[in-house]
Write a protein that binds this ligand. Structure first.
Ligand code: GLU
Length: 273
């Protein structure tokens, strides 16, 4: 029995050491410079944050422009890896990506597991519904609500609508399909994402985003916990982008008056957030 326990302990130790050997670099900044490429986890079906451009077949968007700016500052190439809301943190922690730039809200719970940059986008959680069906949150009580697995949207919806059934899909386009098919009464996530989904919808006149907000969602670039040099570098870069006007330019490119969104930039990238 003793021997068996010892055997199990050795096996566990080997497994743990094995995992430690395969662990991601402690200093991502040095590693990225060495390998000459920045591998970023991004969304690939959420315009205008990260989506496949029909003409170029490349992933483009607001998040991607931030990744490109960071890589340019580092003098390295970019490799984009599509992630989902649920897969992005494990992908980062396993070392498959160097950072997350994927519509990700910074919150204290996530900050226990990974580090975040200063806020580089700010939005709030709302709903897409059939036109005229929802005036206030009450109208959604007891209904089925679609959202994405592993998101703050999922958690906030459960809290705000305890009597409703939250159905979690891999990502928001699938949730919207369920709404179009009448399987859910609403889709909920960040307003800027909902606006992107609605803009692309073939039958958009049948839907709307009522003025019902249930949370604030500040986005941060996610990096591994304690990866200090890299976090400092990313923060310094995005603060410089704010100062030079590049960050605003990127916002205007994707959300400004020449786009279908006409969003007001109600935030600035600052060191205290
Ligand atoms: N920003 C929210 C989150 O980080 C919703 C969008 C998403 O799922 O990426 O969970």
């Amino acid at each position: 029995m003793k021997r068996l326990v010892a055997g199990i302990m050795t096996a566990t130790l080997v497994a743990m050491t094995g995992a430690a050997l395969a662990a991601p670099p402690a200093d991502t900044l040095a590693e990225v410079k060495k390998k000459g490429v920045l591998v970023a986890g991004v969304k690939d079906s959420l315009p205008p944050f990260g989506y496949i451009d029909e003409k170029s077949r490349q992933i483009v968007g607001y998040d991607i422009d931030f990744v490109n700016a960071i890589a340019r500052k580092l003098g390295v190439k970019v490799e984009l890896k599509p992630v989902t809301s649920a897969s992005r943190m494990p992908q980062l922690q396993e070392g498959n990506i160097d950072l997350i730039a994927a519509t990700m809200t910074k919150n204290p719970e996530r900050a226990k597991q990974i580090d975040f940059s200063h806020t580089y986008f700010f939005t709030g959680q709302k709903f897409i519904t059939r036109k005229g069906s929802v005036k206030s949150l009450k109208d959604l009580e007891g209904k089925k609500i679609g959202t994405a697995k592993g998101s703050t949207s999922e958690q906030n919806a459960k809290k705000a609508l305890p009597s409703s059934t939250v159905l979690s899909f891999d990502d928001y386009p699938q949730a919207f399909l369920a709404l179009q098919q009448g399987k859910v009464a609403a889709v909920t996530t960040d307003e800027a994402i909902l606006a992107g989904i609605l803009a692309k919808a073939p039958n958009k006149e049948r839907f709307e985003i009522p003025n019902v907000q249930i949370s604030d969602e500040p986005y941060g670039i996610g990096m591994r916990k304690g990866d200090k040099a890299f976090v400092d570098f990313v923060n310094k870069t995005i603060l410089e982008m704010e100062k030079s006007g590049e960050a605003k330019k990127i916002f205007d490119k994707w959300f400004g008056p020449h786009t279908q969104f006409h969003l007001k930039r109600n935030f600035k990238i600052t060191a205290d957030k």
